[in-house]
Design a protein. Structure first.
Length: 55
Protein backbone atom coordinates (compact mmCIF):
# COMPACT_ATOMS: atom_id res chain seq x y z
CA UNK A 1 0.00 0.00 0.00
CA UNK A 2 1.19 3.50 -0.75
CA UNK A 3 2.47 5.12 2.41
CA UNK A 4 -0.18 7.22 4.14
CA UNK A 5 -3.02 6.05 1.93
CA UNK A 6 -6.01 3.85 2.45
CA UNK A 7 -9.03 3.81 0.14
CA UNK A 8 -10.81 6.70 1.88
CA UNK A 9 -7.69 8.87 1.96
CA UNK A 10 -6.89 8.24 -1.70
CA UNK A 11 -10.49 9.03 -2.68
CA UNK A 12 -10.25 12.35 -0.83
CA UNK A 13 -6.91 13.14 -2.47
CA UNK A 14 -8.39 12.47 -5.91
CA UNK A 15 -11.25 14.85 -5.06
CA UNK A 16 -9.33 17.79 -3.62
CA UNK A 17 -5.64 17.32 -4.47
CA UNK A 18 -4.41 17.36 -0.86
CA UNK A 19 -2.15 14.50 0.29
CA UNK A 20 -2.29 12.93 3.77
CA UNK A 21 0.79 15.02 4.63
CA UNK A 22 -1.06 18.21 3.63
CA UNK A 23 0.92 18.75 0.46
CA UNK A 24 -0.90 19.79 -2.71
CA UNK A 25 -0.62 17.76 -5.89
CA UNK A 26 0.31 20.01 -8.77
CA UNK A 27 1.55 19.85 -12.32
CA UNK A 28 -0.02 17.22 -14.51
CA UNK A 29 -1.64 15.43 -11.56
CA UNK A 30 -3.20 18.69 -10.41
CA UNK A 31 -4.72 19.07 -13.87
CA UNK A 32 -6.06 15.51 -13.75
CA UNK A 33 -7.72 16.24 -10.42
CA UNK A 34 -9.18 19.63 -11.35
CA UNK A 35 -10.32 18.60 -14.83
CA UNK A 36 -11.34 15.01 -14.18
CA UNK A 37 -11.30 13.06 -10.92
CA UNK A 38 -12.78 15.89 -8.81
CA UNK A 39 -15.95 15.44 -10.88
CA UNK A 40 -16.18 11.63 -10.53
CA UNK A 41 -18.74 9.93 -8.33
CA UNK A 42 -17.69 8.56 -4.95
CA UNK A 43 -18.40 5.07 -6.26
CA UNK A 44 -16.04 5.52 -9.22
CA UNK A 45 -13.31 7.02 -7.05
CA UNK A 46 -13.66 4.19 -4.54
CA UNK A 47 -13.36 1.61 -7.31
CA UNK A 48 -10.22 3.31 -8.66
CA UNK A 49 -8.64 3.68 -5.22
CA UNK A 50 -9.39 0.06 -4.37
CA UNK A 51 -7.76 -1.06 -7.61
CA UNK A 52 -4.69 1.16 -7.18
CA UNK A 53 -4.12 0.04 -3.59
CA UNK A 54 -4.68 -3.68 -4.21
CA UNK A 55 -1.69 -5.79 -3.29
Amino acid sequence: MAEGYDVATLVQTLKDGFTPGFDVLGGSMGEVISDSTSHWTDEDLTALATYLLAE
